[in-house]
Design a protein around this ligand. Structure first.
Ligand code: ATP
Ligand code: MG
Length: 208
């Protein structure tokens, strides 16, 4: 093994080099005995993204798989705490999270990302960023049902004008056109939705 195999090349734009590490993603995946992947849950607030992402994580963990859940709300407490809800800030929220997902997938983890991610353009960016590692799960639920659930009292506040730019009320949600998977949480039971996602993953991993 020669040192130059791992060192930077001599030229790079803006003098920012890529330092190639000695350990590959494949080697990390072999240690873990799994393949890295991102399940990206998109849907209205209250549609069930966090509930399903956590349930799927529990099932996978019980099978000995290492997962990490990235939740929109949680990231806004730290990494994304400087961002609000304008279109530009939502885009940046998704971009940063996409990059974090990319690092975690490179680490060999199964990433469960629960973000409203309302704009097609942002999701297209994620797909481009993550390539074959990006699995879009559309958590479909009628707005009226989400509003009736209102697990965080946010719809009530949005209707009262206390929250600006609230998805589905005063800010758009653009339905995914070609998601890998759709769960209808207003028609299918929680168990059915979890089962559907787990079956999809099993097929995906079997195909290699
Ligand atoms: N089939 C189902 N799948 C998932 N959740 C369901 C289903 N049926 C009812 N629910 C309920 O819907 C609610 C969904 O809330 P949850 O916090 O998961 O939504 P969310 O999409 O993460 O919203 P937000 O974008 O605000 O974080 C929960 O109270 C959950 O119990
Ligand atoms: Mg949530």
């Amino acid at each position: 093994m020669k040192m130059e195999d791992f060192g930077p090349v001599k030229e790079a734009p803006n003098n920012i080099f890529w330092h190639k590490g000695r350990i590959s993603r494949h080697e990390r995946e072999c240690i873990l005995g799994q393949k890295g992947i991102v399940l990206w849950f998109t849907g209205l607030s209250g549609s069930g993204k966090s509930t399903l992402a956590n349930a799927v994580a529990e099932k996978l963990n019980a099978q000995g798989k290492l997962t990490y859940t990235l939740d929109g709300d949680n990231l806004r407490h730290g990494l994304n705490k400087d961002l609000g809800f304008t279109v530009a800030e939502r885009m940046e929220n998704i971009r940063r999270t996409g990059e974090v997902s990319r690092l975690l997938v490179d680490a060999g983890l199964i990433v469960l990302a629960a973000f409203i991610s309302p704009l097609r353009e942002d999701r297209a960016q994620l797909r481009q960023m993550l390539g074959r590692d990006y699995i879009e799960v559309y958590v479909d639920c009628d707005l009226a049902i989400c509003e009736a659930r209102d697990p965080k009292n946010l719809y009530r506040k949005a209707r009262a004008g206390e929250i600006e730019e609230f998805t589905g009320i005063s800010s758009p949600y653009e339905k995914p056109e070609n998601p890998e998977l759709i769960v209808h949480t207003d028609q299918e039971s929680f168990e059915e939705c979890v089962g559907k996602i787990i079956s999809y993953l099993e097929r995906y991993f079997e195909q290699g």
